[in-house]
Design a protein around this ligand. Structure first.
Ligand SMILES: [Cu+2]
Length: 133
């Protein structure tokens, strides 16, 4: 199974686009086996929730593709105690400072959504694009 572990939007987006385009040849050369159809690669995006808010403040996801958002709270501020993305069905999730928390989701509909702290003060943009775009 292939796990993509990259921080930063650019890396994640590139991997996601490559996966969607079916570039199995380019990717496949780097590993022994092609993943089974029921075990697709999962894009992982790391997001810091700290004194400056969400970093990065904008992420891009691909509709229909599962993604792991890994949140790391780096401030004791209560503002970073919870995150949620109501429009994508992600309920309020508690964060403990220094303990990465993975939230998995599969956005279905292209659009622009808000990732927010528990009081809807800190915000980041979640852009969902159609596959292949
Ligand atoms: Cu807050």
């Amino acid at each position: 199974m292939m796990r993509v572990s990259r921080s930063g939007l650019a890396g994640a987006a590139v991997v996601a686009v490559m996966a969607m385009a079916g570039m199995a040849v380019a990717v496949g050369n780097a590993r022994a086996a092609v993943p089974a159809a029921d075990d697709p690669p999962v894009t992982r995006i790391e997001i810091e929730v700290g004194a400056r808010g969400f970093v990065p403040s904008e992420i891009e996801l691909v509709a229909g593709e599962k993604v792991d958002l890994v949140f790391t709270r780096t401030t004791p501020s209560g503002c970073a105690a919870q995150v949620h993305i109501p429009e994508l069905g992600v309920e309020r999730t508690d964060l403990t400072q220094g303990e990465p928390k993975t939230v998995s989701l599969t956005p279905e509909k292209p659009g622009t959504y808000q990732l927010m702290c528990g009081h809807n003060m800190l915000k980041a943009k979640v852009k969902v694009v159609a596959p292949g775009s």
